[in-house]
Design a protein around this ligand. Structure first.
Ligand code: SF4
Ligand code: SF4
Length: 75
């Protein structure tokens, strides 16, 4: 019914974050993301949609420039 206040004690899942200043826009992360949570913005940098990302880490392992990290989502 009222879902305004979530009541669980689980840690939030981390989210992927791209260092945009170092991204080379190769698109490798886009291809491996199972949730289609990453887009290449204006052909210059990857951007993660944190509402879709589940923190699986596939993009982190795939990035040839090592510019994706998993970070705890801000509450
Ligand atoms: S951590 Fe997983 S779900 Fe999140 S953007 Fe990377 S590949 Fe997609
Ligand atoms: S794999 Fe890495 S370098 Fe390539 S687009 Fe994604 S974040 Fe950028």
């Amino acid at each position: 019914m009222n879902q305004a206040v979530p009541k669980n004690n689980r840690k939030p899942r981390p989210k992927a974050v791209v260092d945009k200043s170092l991204c080379v826009a190769c698109g490798c992360c886009v291809k491996v993301c199972p949730l289609s949570a990453i887009q290449i913005m204006k052909g210059v940098t990857a951007r993660v949609d944190s509402t879709k990302c589940v923190g699986c880490g596939k993009c982190v392992r795939e990035c040839p420039a090592s510019v994706i990290m998993l970070k705890e989502a801000a509450s």
